[in-house]
Design a protein around this ligand. Structure first.
Ligand SMILES: [Zn+2]
Length: 155
């Protein structure tokens, strides 16, 4: 079963932090202060640090995971599940598979990933881990749990 492979691929948060870090470095990080593109990673506070000016960027900043308190592992498994099922998996099922008690944070996570996947359909799995422009991030930030009431009928 392919699903098991995904859970094995992301066994714990540390593995996921490492993976996200590598993905972001592969995609290329540019310092917002000095435009230098070589960064080191600080494991103690999960931040990239510009090798030239020392400016720091948090691991999640600029990505769809920004401002979320959910573990990075949830995001990665969720992105994989949605990729695997071509987005046709219910939020309740994702919540069940993750074993998370509350529905609302999972709902919000899925909505954000859906938005990302819709816009960046081509390479969305990769794109889900990339940095987005501020305008798009604002759109993501505006999504709140309240919106659930109007949209969750089908989930
Ligand atoms: Zn810099």
């Amino acid at each position: 079963m392919e699903l098991r492979a995904y859970f094995e691929k992301y066994p714990d948060e540390a593995t996921c932090i490492e993976e996200l870090k590598n993905k972001r470095l592969e995609n290329g990080l540019t310092c917002r202060k000095c435009s230098h593109d070589v960064h080191s990673f600080r494991r103690n506070d999960l931040k990239f640090q510009c090798r030239k000016c020392g400016n720091r960027i948090s691991l999640r900043s600029g990505t769809v995971m920004e401002n979320s308190n959910l573990p990075i592992r949830y995001w990665m498994i969720c992105i994989e599940l949605m990729t695997l099922t071509h987005r046709k998996i219910s939020i309740l099922k994702i919540q069940y598979l993750l074993g998370h008690k509350r529905y609302e944070p999972i709902w919000l996570m899925v909505q954000k990933i859906r938005l990302v996947m819709k816009i960046r359909d081509e390479k969305y799995r990769l794109r889900a881990y990339s940095e987005f422009d501020p305008e798009f991030l604002q759109k993501i930030d505006k999504m709140t749990i309240e919106k659930k009431k109007t949209k969750s009928a089908s989930d």
